[in-house]
Ligand binder design. Sequence first.
Ligand code: ADP
Ligand code: ADP
Length: 238
Amino acid sequence: MIELKDVSVQYDKSGEPALKKLNLSLERGEFVSVLGPSGAGKSTMIRTINALQPATGGDVLIDGKSLAGFSRREQRQWRSRAGMIFQHFHLIPRLTVKQNVLSGLFGKKDPWSNLGGFFSAAEKKQAAVVIEQVGLQGMEDRKIEQLSGGQKQRVGVARALIQDPDVFLGDEPVASLDPGTSRSIFSLIEEVHKRNNLVTMINVHDIDLAKMYSDRIIGLSEGEVVYDGPPSRLNDTV
Ligand code: ADP
Ligand code: ADP
């Protein structure tokens, strides 16, 4: 579904590229963890796939079609197919769980059709469904600022899920959470991944989490792939 062909990203002309001629393909049903030290290019890779950061060399293909050639509308459609969660959640603290989850639908709509922030009954019903799927039933009307880190990330997952995504991307989604909470978030991601048969790609620092949950591990170092294979072979190479 997603193919990176010789993808490079160079932020400034004098510096080292953040990604150096990366080649990868990602298919439906794959749960991929991306491991690598800080500065390896993990976040850049995720943002390049999601069209938030253009490749400065090479090409990203979505279902065989070049992302570089997408119109604005096609880019928006692609982003709405890709649910995303972040280390610092990127939720709106003063709004409620339900309001934050519904905000995931903005990407699906024509940007001019919903300026008032009104949602249909069906959309509100769908919000209740995904809130239950992430285990936050009964907390719909709580404000984000009143939640624990793990609960906030569950809201992040629900906001991605309401998009009914094909792709699920996580940029260090458990880096601010304690080990037990991190595991519970990874199990939730796994559950969501399997139920919806997604392409899932998660950046993570913790090798044990990556091994426990993913089918495939990609190791990045200084913008290059240094490992790409099943968790079982990781010990032989690192
Ligand atoms: P990781 O997610 O593995 O920590 P990043 O993709 O954030 O790695 O960063 C890769 C490299 O690109 C680093 O050297 C980082 O400083 C640089 N970088 C990341 N984002 C930007 C940006 N917006 N502008 C300039 N340099 C950036
Ligand atoms: P988060 O944890 O929410 O993903 P980060 O702290 O990793 O946020 O990064 C915040 C922003 O700073 C990102 O948009 C990233 O692209 C940018 N950034 C990271 N490294 C650099 C850099 N060396 N120069 C400029 N911007 C950077």
